[in-house]
Design a protein around this ligand. Structure first.
Ligand code: ATP
Ligand code: MG
Length: 563
């Protein structure tokens, strides 16, 4: 393509709200334009890269017998009521009404729609397994859209759904997908890890997330250096300690703690370590209040609570007004002694002795509390693991890395087929619910993740697999025939083998080079002064070196060095 005809509105300055490098670079290199928060126009270069990304995904999906379809973005409320998600999906769901005042939504994911698609068609187990996928725009009214395409409210996803007669078949497709994802993210050139994850809002049991390692990542990956253990921090299990200290248990005592509202204030007042304190929280589990007690230095993990209590929604901290009403004390003054609601303690509190707790009375705490002083309903793993703790597989201390979730694979089981009545006849002629899997890839997010990895201070450095162009021919003077003619000839000849962008704009050399670095095409060929001797200058985007190459050797030079 000719750069003079291409719409690449490069920018020198970007707004301060562009926090991530990929967001800044995409704005600077004229790849995206924001319309509303988390909503972008994809400009020509972005479209070219997205096509490459999508084609890699298509190839790998087709290889494992995926059927590509395109389902509607717009879906009626009734279908989502069948699954219960019209209510349950909450504020992230983009809802709208048609002219007849009927409720619709813009699809954030397509389990309901795909089940509706197949439930009338699939009658017999003989048609299974079946895999259906699409590459499509999704809508989620994210609380914090940010980092450009990394977290948009309108974004592109590849979503696949598989249907099975039994677990064995589901497990096989799950593994095929897992392997296909490894190939896809390798082809994208990403450093990634597949991690055990929590199944979150979609439900289901077995699931992995694919995380592109990156400092900007909003997810924390917990891994062991001595084994292949890796999990999302939301999921990473904390071991139940075996040893209890052999300190003698003292007698419980009530003490004055004026104005103490936090564990660190309590630790200061009592002259003890933060990890010798406890913190008590009241959470709302599907409408019932429960008290959770953690060690003072630990953080509550509400996703683990959801799993532990098998609740419909993720438990939240109770409202302060409810706490005041029940306990007549501030949230910072609560404790498990004589609690009015059921008490659950974390594994780490189970091994503590002589610890302090709130007295359910402002300005007082109990000290020297032991388990015998508390009526405990149950003990469990309710917190986030911390770096350096033993990995759940016992292989050694865990380390943390930041990651961008670029894909996820789920075994859904029969949750949706039961809710939406998707059954087939099995070998014995009995009607049984179909097992399902679902598998997503963030296409537009992956593009940003690639830029997060492939750039330097001057701009993007596209990996070959997704690059919008292979070769960037820069014409130094567009007014003189001695530059124009050979550049045009090169453009024609190189275009037979490569995707070529010809910078034929009437701009200063400095502008052209800056833009060229910014756009980041892997091979640059400059038609400059040397052309009178039949020589061009070649530079690869990932190296500082320049090479003077004779015109007749150019193609073989590129073939040899660009691979
Ligand atoms: P996250 O935890 O980051 O919000 P998710 O787990 O809700 O993502 P899934 O429902 O698993 O997302 O969607 C499949 C894939 O779609 C994700 O792995 C991610 O790559 C991509 N994705 C999800 N939300 C967004 C978004 N707001 N913008 C861009 N891509 C997204
Ligand atoms: Mg996910």
């Amino acid at each position: 393509m000719r750069q003079s005809k291409m719409f690449i509105p490069t920018q020198r300055e970007v707004p301060a709200s562009a926090e991530s490098l990929s967001h800044q670079l995409m704005l600077k290199s004229g790849m995206i334009k924001q319309l509303a928060r988390g909503v972008y126009t994809y400009l020509p270069i972005t479209k070219l890269v997205l096509q490459n990304i999508e084609n890699i995904v298509r190839e790998e999906m087709n290889r494992i017998d995926g059927n590509e379809v395109q389902m509607p973005v717009l879906a009626p409320r009734e279908l989502w009521e069948e699954s219960g998600r019209w209510e349950k999906y909450g504020k992230e769901l983009m809802r709208l009404k048609d002219r007849h005042d009927r409720d619709f939504l813009l699809g954030p994911t397509h389990e309901e729609v795909v089940v509706d698609l197949v439930r009338d068609e699939l009658r017999s187990y003989k048609r299974l397994p079946l895999t259906i996928y699409q590459i499509q725009t999704k809508f989620r009214d994210e609380l914090r859209p940010r980092f450009g395409l990394l977290r948009g409210r309108e974004f592109i996803m590849k979503d696949a759904y598989s249907f099975h007669i039994d677990q064995e078949s589901l497990s096989k497709t799950y593994q095929d997908m897992y392997n296909a994802y490894e190939k896809i993210f390798t082809r994208f050139g990403l450093d990634f890890r597949a991690v055990e994850a929590d199944s979150g809002a979609i439900g289901g049991s077995h699931t992995h997330e694919f995380m592109a390692l990156s400092e900007i990542g909003e997810d924390t990956i917990v891994f062991s250096e001595n084994s292949d253990y890796a999990a999302n921090i939301e999921k990473a299990a904390c071991l139940r300690p075996e040893e209890k200290s052999d300190d003698a248990e003292k007698d419980i005592e009530k003490v004055d703690t004026p104005n103490v509202k936090s564990c660190s204030e309590l630790a200061d007042l009592l002259g003890i370590d933060l990890k010798e304190t406890t913190k008590t929280m009241v959470v709302n589990v599907d409408g019932e209040l429960k008290m959770i007690v953690l060690r003072g230095d630990h953080e509550l993990n509400t996703i683990k609570l959801k799993t532990f209590f098998n609740s419909n929604t993720e438990p939240e901290l109770a409202d302060e007004s409810d706490i005041l009403e029940i306990f007549n004390a501030q949230p910072g003054s609560l404790g498990p002694v004589n609690s009015k609601i059921p008490v659950y303690i974390d594994y780490q509190v189970e091994v503590m002795k002589n610890f302090p707790v709130g007295a359910n009375e402002d300005n007082y705490h109990f000290i020297n509390v032991n388990l015998k002083d508390v009526e405990v309903e149950d003990v469990g793993d309710f917190r986030f693991i911390t770096e350096g703790e033993m990995a759940p597989d016992g292989s050694g201390p865990v380390k943390f890395r930041e990651g961008i979730e670029v894909g996820q694979v789920f075994e859904l089981g029969t949750e949706y087929s039961e809710a939406l009545n998707l059954t087939v006849l099995n070998e014995r002629g009995q009607s049984v619910p179909v097992l399902m899997g679902c598998y997503g890839i963030g296409i537009s997010r992956a593009l940003s993740a690639i830029i997060e990895k492939y750039h330097d201070e001057n701009g993007i450095m596209w990996p070959k697999s997704v690059t919008p162009f292979d070769v960037h021919i820069v014409m130094m003077n567009v007014k003189k025939e001695e530059f124009v003619n050979p550049a045009e000839e090169l453009y024609d000849s190189l275009s037979k083998q490569y995707k070529v962008l010809l910078d034929d704009r009437d701009e200063r050399a400095g502008v052209k080079f800056n833009d060229s670095d910014l756009i980041g095409i892997p091979v640059r060929v400059v038609v400059g002064r040397g052309i009178k001797d039949g020589v061009v200058e070649v530079k690869f985007r990932n190296s500082e070196k320049t090479h003077d190459v004779k015109l007749e050797d150019l193609e073989s030079f590129i073939n040899e060095h660009y691979n």
